[in-house]
Design a protein around this ligand. Structure first.
Ligand SMILES: NC(=O)c1ccc[n+]([C@@H]2O[C@H](COP(=O)([O-])OP(=O)(O)OC[C@H]3O[C@@H](n4cnc5c(N)ncnc54)[C@H](O)[C@@H]3O)[C@@H](O)[C@H]2O)c1
Length: 365
């Protein structure tokens, strides 16, 4: 795809700390763009979220959804507030609508320790944690969002949907991811996480994984139950490489993964489809700390680095990939040697201090 003089980025700060980490991120990206000579990043700031819904009755307008689709990439903060809900009791979650609208089926969630950042594991190997959770994002149990039924006054039913095509595309993505990671020295192991012994849908998913893995000789593939995986992620997270899993399991495991490397503020993500992609921290709007300047913006910065990397691949532009590396390095430099103590781990450093530290590393790069 030919690259013009600028890249149009749809920016959706959203609610709560989404707004705070986005502001920090745009400052960092502006600085990075000047330094690296990448194409101009033209922000198209768009409204949406739970507060928008409360004020206007619409969480994300049709016009905004259309604008999102015409952007080169989407940068998203976080949306939702626990006490603002649709009449059926579910929350405002336009990020889920965007994933469905633009078929962002691959939820890429790297769980990569940042040496020097505080974490919960008292084991030197925790600095080696570097795996990816690939979450299928268009079906699974969340397929039932908006489709659940009350069978009678006392029984609610939701449907778990697994399709061959939905599985095949995300499994193929998992093996491509494993191939990329292999270039960085990882073994190329892909683990499909399910609960095949209990539900037909997961047994079908496992069957397709086993079939599909035959197309990728040379990669080690395995299947594991979700409960055992939760255990092993805590006991030996450094052993994992690529995990591919169903929508809701991926949602849950990625918070566990974030906890392993110090908290939600360290976990970036990419929601990737064949034509569009959205990048956002794994965390939500954190109403408990919103407005207190305590949010850790690291996950937002790393999501922006993922965006640059993806744009670089899409447009065959090596500068964008190099800029992503520089940003990643600046984040790592900022935490090296335990210089920063984020608030989420009981430290003193909030959004401003972490942003300043990353900007200062960028100045040196
Ligand atoms: N993609 C999204 O927009 C998204 C994702 C998850 C939750 N949500 C929404 O966010 C709201 C709050 O959800 P939740 O409390 O379950 O999850 P959350 O991720 O917002 O917060 C969980 C915990 O992690 C902490 N935390 C999260 N991000 C942090 C950061 N960057 N720095 C420091 N601490 C951080 C919070 O303070 C909280 O204690 C809900 O309305 C939920 O629906 C939105």
């Amino acid at each position: 795809m030919a690259l013009g003089s600028e890249l149009r980025i749809a920016v959706l700060p959203g609610d709560g700390i989404g707004i705070e980490v986005m502001e920090a991120c745009l400052e960092v990206l502006e600085t990075l763009a000047k330094k690296t000579g990448i194409p101009r990043l033209a922000w198209n700031k768009l409204p949406g979220g739970a507060i928008a819904y409360r004020n206007t009755g619409t969480a994300l307008s049709d016009e905004v959804m259309k604008d999102i689709g015409s952007a080169d990439a989407i940068l998203f903060g976080a949306m939702g507030m626990p006490d603002i809900r649709y009449p059926d009791g579910t929350e405002i979650a336009p990020q889920l609508d965007i994933r469905i609208e633009y078929e962002l089926y691959a939820g890429v969630r790297p769980i990569r320790a940042i040496p020097g950042a505080p974490g919960p594991l008292n084991d030197p190997r925790s600095e080696q944690i570097d795996f990816v959770i690939l979450r299928e994002q268009t079906e699974g149990l969340y397929y039932s969002r908006g489709r659940g039924v009350m069978q009678d006054a006392d029984t609610a039913l939701d449907t778990l949907r697994i399709t061959r095509s939905g599985c095949e595309r995300v499994f193929d993505y998992a093996f491509r991811l494993a191939a990329q990671r292999r270039k960085r020295g990882w073994p190329g192991n892909v683990t499909c996480v399910d609960k095949a012994g209990v539900l037909k849908s997961y047994a079908f998913m496992r069957h397709i994984f086993e079939q599909r893995s035959g197309n990728f000789p040379g990669f080690r593939s395995a299947c594991a139950n979700i409960d055992a995986t939760a255990l092993n992620l805590l006991l030996k997270p450094w052993d994992f490489d690529v995990i591919v899993t169903e929508n809701m399991f991926g949602d849950i495991l990625s918070d566990l993964g974030a906890g392993l490397i110090g908290g939600m503020g360290f976990a970036p993500s990419g929601d990737i489809g064949d034509r569009h992609a959205m990048f956002q921290p794994c965390h939500g709007t954190a109403p408990d700390i919103a407005g207190s300047a305590k949010a850790n913006p690291t996950a937002m910065f790393l999501s922006a680095a993922m965006m640059l990397d993806w744009l670089g691949e899409q447009h065959g532009n090596a500068r964008l990939g190099a800029a992503a590396q520089i940003l990643d390095g600046a984040v790592r430099g900022a935490f090296a040697g335990g210089k920063l103590r984020p608030c989420e781990f009981g430290g003193r450093d909030g959004t401003a201090a972490i942003t300043r530290a990353v900007l200062s590393e960028l100045a040196k790069a």
